[in-house]
Design a protein around this ligand. Structure first.
Ligand SMILES: O=P(O)(O)OC[C@H]1O[C@](O)(COP(=O)(O)O)[C@@H](O)[C@@H]1O
Length: 478
């Protein structure tokens, strides 16, 4: 090997005589042994320049993308951001009453007929005082068709209406893995416009489903469902509806909480990658609907609420961009008491972290956290509603169901802020909400408002509601 030193002395030996006498007019040539040093100096300079350029490109990209790493400039939907803020009211949550007929059928002990579903939903949606702790309700399209006047009244009471726009799932090959894709992208824009214009919906929901198994959620299932959720979000925003994207990681199975957390993080990261890659979705104008991170339902060891809260927050912090305005939780088949206890533990954890951050002069954690439970708000109400043994008992059953719904809403509204005692509400009547007398819709009171408002006015009295909503099994059945 020839090192630098040897190379310079060798070249010096071969050098011709360049004394001033023999070559007076030639410009001074640089010393040959200076060249490697200059080269080294030059390449050092190049590296520094390159580092500067790379840093400038990264900073420019980051600034350009608003700090969210989003390619392209996502649109800003100011009016949708306002709707999001209202949905995230700190004292309210979103009631999920959008089960497809087959899902609701599994919970009903009475014949699953359109009229039964209508009467059950009428019971929920006409609950006096519902608006106290309900910012919005997610509905199935059949409810928009069946309960127009009741929905008009709800809107007049300040409750936003949301439409479930996915149309169910179908198996994703290989079917034996039990994975699915969600249907409903065909004709989506027209359906968005219909529910916005004809029915006054201001938000929409799309649910994808993921199973935790040995090889699932698979990368293919995450990619495909994330792309479809992102396509839904873009279409909804374009048409003027706030999208709720719901990648539900099911609790079915005997997996432990670490496994659930890993699956949830993979799914959420996949979703936000897909949303950011599209570049046409305003993250501040959407809501994420996610499951609390729990062990599988048949896991030998269940987790206490504090562990659920820690795992959930850790997954969210690692996977959800700060720009997302809010996260609402589904109940995923947890009991009413468990869902509230877990939400309370999470609310307390967030409260404690934010207090510590405020002390350290740091901003609070990103996103508002709230609930969008289905079963965990309505299970006991449904049981009470179905318990009416006779037509005469139905008004009482309706009133009882409405009270139980309000009780769950009250407890969860407190829990999301970290308020309330663990175990509160586990017994019947533990939190007695004040039963408010229903107001007549404004338009109808003023004598205006057209046919819908007139019909709504006709339905609004508590007594009439009890009679009309005497859903009970028999009255409801066609
Ligand atoms: O099977 P479907 O019809 O998609 O509905 C499933 C249900 O899951 C939810 O997304 C969450 O409900 P839960 O809180 O009961 O888990 C609801 O909004 C919806 O009613």
């Amino acid at each position: 090997m020839v090192d630098g030193k040897e190379a310079s002395s060798e070249s010096a030996a071969k050098r011709p005589d360049v004394s001033p006498a023999s070559a007076p007019a030639r410009p001074a040539t640089p010393k040959p042994d200076a060249q490697p040093r200059r080269k080294a100096k030059d390449s050092g300079g190049h590296i520094i320049t390159a580092l500067f350029v790379i840093a400038a490109v990264i900073a420019g990209y980051w600034l350009h993308t608003g700090g969210h790493g989003r390619l392209g400039r996502a649109p800003v939907h100011h009016s949708l951001r306002e709707v999001v803020k209202e949905l995230l009211h700190p004292d309210k949550g979103i009631l999920a009453a959008d089960e497809s007929p087959s899902t609701l059928g599994k919970k009903l002990k009475v014949p699953n007929k359109p009229a039964t579903r209508r009467e059950w939903r009428r019971t929920l949606l006409t609950a006096p005082g519902l608006e106290q702790h309900t910012s919005g309700v997610i509905l199935h399209e059949e409810t928009f068709a069946a309960l127009g006047p009741e929905l008009a009244e709800l809107r007049a009471r300040g409750v936003a209406l949301g439409i479930k726009l996915d149309t169910g799932t179908k198996p994703l090959p290989p079917a034996k893995a039990g994975e699915t894709i969600t249907l409903g992208l065909d004709g989506l824009e027209a359906r968005c416009a219909e529910f916005r214009d004809k029915h006054g919906a201001t938000f929409a929901k799309w649910r994808s489903v993921f199973r935790v198994g040995k090889h699932t959620p698979s990368a293919g299932a995450v990619r495909r469902n994330s792309a479809d959720l992102a396509a839904f979000a873009a279409a909804a925003q374009k048409c003027g509806l706030v999208p709720i994207v719901e990648p539900e990681v099911l609790a079915e199975g005997d997996h432990d909480i670490q496994r659930a957390a890993g699956a949830a993080a993979r799914v959420l990261k996949g979703l936000f990658r897909a949303l950011q890659q599209r570049g046409d979705v305003d993250l501040q104008a959407l809501l994420l609907k996610a499951a609390l991170v729990t062990p599988g339902r048949t896991a030998p060891q269940q987790a206490p609420p504090a562990e659920v809260a820690t795992a959930t927050l850790r997954v969210l912090l690692s996977s959800v961009p700060k720009a997302v305005a809010g996260i609402v939780f589904l109940s995923g088949g947890q009991s009413e008491a468990a869902a509230t206890a877990n939400l309370l533990a999470l609310g307390r954890l967030v409260k404690a972290r934010n207090a510590a951050r405020a002390k350290a002069e740091k901003p609070p954690l990103p996103w508002a956290l709230s609930f969008s439970f289905g079963r965990a708000l309505t299970d006991s109400a449904l049981a009470a509603w179905q318990a009416a043994g006779s037509r005469d008992a139905q008004p009482q059953a309706v009133a009882k169901a409405q009270d139980l719904l309000l009780e769950r809403l009250t407890l969860n509204a407190m829990a999301q802020r970290g308020e309330g005692a663990p175990g509160q509400g586990e017994g019947e009547g533990a939190a007695k909400p004040k039963r408010k007398k229903a107001k007549k819709p404004k338009k109808a009171q003023q004598g205006g408002g057209g046919v819908e408002a007139e019909r709504a006015a006709g339905e609004s009295g508590a007594a009439e509601k009890a009679r009309d909503g005497a859903a009970g099994a028999e009255a409801g059945a066609q």
